[in-house]
Design a protein around this ligand. Structure first.
Ligand code: NAD
Length: 495
């Protein structure tokens, strides 16, 4: 059990990055804790209203020149940023494990996914093109151009500290806008490290800003008329506040909210491959992923299949190595903090009280290595779960698998339909007919067919439906380009 070298060796004093300068905040200071070791690794400011105002002013000023730069000149900064991210790939990944708790492999995967968004955004000179038609009337041509809009706010959640802001930031700046990122104050370090690379990459001052903090910064963004739009990722209740606030001030908005994802297993599936995929789906990122499996729905009356399948899941899960993510043999890290762990334990108690059968109790987990237990919780499995139970309905956001049993695919689809969330759903089957029916009928934004985590690549939008998403356009890909630009139509005639 060798622990990789920790890149954070002393407590970091986090500053805001405004107008190309690292500025100390006058706000209160909060500890950032490594959830595996329970050690303070950074101090983050909860910035004031005045500080967010200054960042908006800087971004607004920078917009004037940045939007005049050619698209090629803008993406040259992104190419340089991508190179710097590659050079710092391992350090960025280890920092993420230290601040969030996820395993080093999960962090490396996240770093890769984040960089892919920078790569896709370097295609802006082609992707941002409009279209035209000559002779819409005799001698008159019409064309559509896309123009940048101004200053955008980007608000991130705690569970993907590096990647999520990159679903938006590269597209926003490549199209000619300027940005202010507010990372989750629980995990601010990754975005600060990105901003250091942004600085080195030669972006002009004020194009890319970071203001750390919480609600004050968010309300400072919502209230400020200079901010033209907000891209938010987080829980649905917070998302509703953002959506309403943007509506009140006429801003564009993307709100990607919470989730409760169903994974449906048909009895014709390949058991070994399905179970391998379910392990990452339910327990990857310690279940703190908006695409995580939450409810496992096993279809059919075949008791022999059901028993064999469930016994094998319980057996495989019980062997998972839970420990510090910087140990490369760790398969599941801690939960981000004690409060979140307490919330998950509350749900485990609810499940027991409601009559679900606890097949694997994560509260009794044995941690690999000598770490305080505060944030650790092992994978947990409930059987005999019914759709009306609290654990089956609400987002737990932890390593808990609820197993439900239904007669047929129609019943499985009906249960999914009745859940208010619509982020993701997957089916495991060897039947094309069932797969087609599932993707056709299920009202979720991200569908997996024999895939446990239906995470879209950077060149596709990260979708979502029902209570998991408010807005029209999504992060990533073409949707992000449309979100960050205004269409202007020109009709032209020459005398
Ligand atoms: P959260 O809603 O608590 O916080 C998200 C952001 O909003 C943070 O930056 C936080 O500081 C800020 N915030 C929190 N409360 C606020 C308030 N009352 N007013 C203004 N700002 C506030 O979410 P979280 O716990 O950080 O993240 C987990 C949630 O994010 C889960 O629900 C998960 O499903 C969701 N998520 C969704 C997606 C997606 O693409 N749909 C991706 C990742 C995470």
């Amino acid at each position: 059990m060798a622990i990789l070298e920790e890149p954070i060796k002393e407590i970091l004093k986090i500053k805001n990055y405004i107008d190309g300068e690292w500025i100390e905040s006058e706000g209160d200071i909060k500890d950032v804790i490594n959830p595996a070791t329970d050690k303070v690794i950074a101090k983050v400011p909860i910035s004031t209203k005045d500080e967010i105002k200054k960042a908006v002013e800087a971004a607004s000023k920078a917009f004037i020149e940045w939007r005049k730069r050619t698209p090629l000149s803008r993406v040259r900064c992104l190419f340089r940023l991508k190179e710097l991210m590659e050079e710092n790939f391992e350090e960025l990944s280890r920092i993420m494990t230290m601040e969030h708790g996820k395993t080093i492999d999960e962090s490396r995967g996240e770093t890769r996914r984040g960089i892919e968004n920078v790569e896709v955004a370097t295609g802006i000179p082609s992707l941002m093109m409009g279209y035209n038609l000559e002779d819409i009337a005799i001698g008159i041509d019409e064309y559509l151009i896309r123009q940048p809009i101004g200053v955008f706010g980007i608000i991130g959640p705690f569970n993907f500290p590096f990647m999520v802001p990159l679903w938006f930031a590269p597209y926003a700046v490549a199209t000619g806008n300027t940005i202010i990122i507010k990372p989750s104050s629980e995990v601010p370090i990754s975005q600060v490290k990105i901003a250091e690379l942004v600085d080195e990459a030669g972006f002009p001052s004020g194009v890319w800003n970071i203001v750390n903090g919480g609600r004050t910064v968010v309300s400072g963004m919502l209230d400020n008329p200079v901010i033209k739009g907000i891209a938010f990722v987080g829980s649905t209740p917070t998302g509703r506040i953002i959506y309403k606030g943007c509506g009140d001030t006429g801003k564009r908005v993307i709100v990607q909210g919470g989730a409760k994802n169903f994974i449906v297993v048909m009895p014709d599936t390949n058991i070994d491959r399905t179970i391998a995929a379910l392990m990452t789906s339910f327990f990857g990122n310690t279940g703190q992923r908006c695409l995580s499996g939450a409810n496992l729905v096993i279809v059919g009356n075949n008791n022999e299949f059901y028993k064999r399948f469930v016994d094998k899941i319980v057996d495989t899960t019980s062997k998972m190595r839970v420990g510090y993510g910087l140990d490369e043999t760790t398969q599941m890290g801690p939960i981000r903090d004690k409060g979140k762990k307490g919330k998950v334990i509350g749900y485990i108690k609810n499940g027991i009280e409601e009559g679900a059968r606890l097949r694997l109790d994560g509260r009794k987990v044995k941690i690999i290595g000598d770490y305080p237990e505060y944030c650790f919780l092992g994978p947990t499995i409930f059987e005999d779960v019914t759709p009306d139970m609290k654990i089956a309905k609400e987002e737990i956001f932890g390593p808990v698998m609820n197993i439900l049993r239904v007669k047929n695919l129609d019943e499985a689809i009906e249960i999914i339909h009745n859940n208010p969330f619509g982020n993701a759903a997957s089916i495991f089957t060897s039947s094309g007919k069932f797969a087609r029916e599932f993707q056709y009928k299920v009202q979720c934004g991200n569908i997996g067919i024999n895939i446990g985590i239906a995470a879209p690549m950077a060149f596709f939008p990260f979708s979502g439906m029902k209570d998991s998403f408010f807005g029209v356009l999504h992060g990533q890909g073409r949707d992000a380009i449309i979100f960050f630009t205004e269409s202007k139509v020109v009709i032209e005639r020459w005398f």
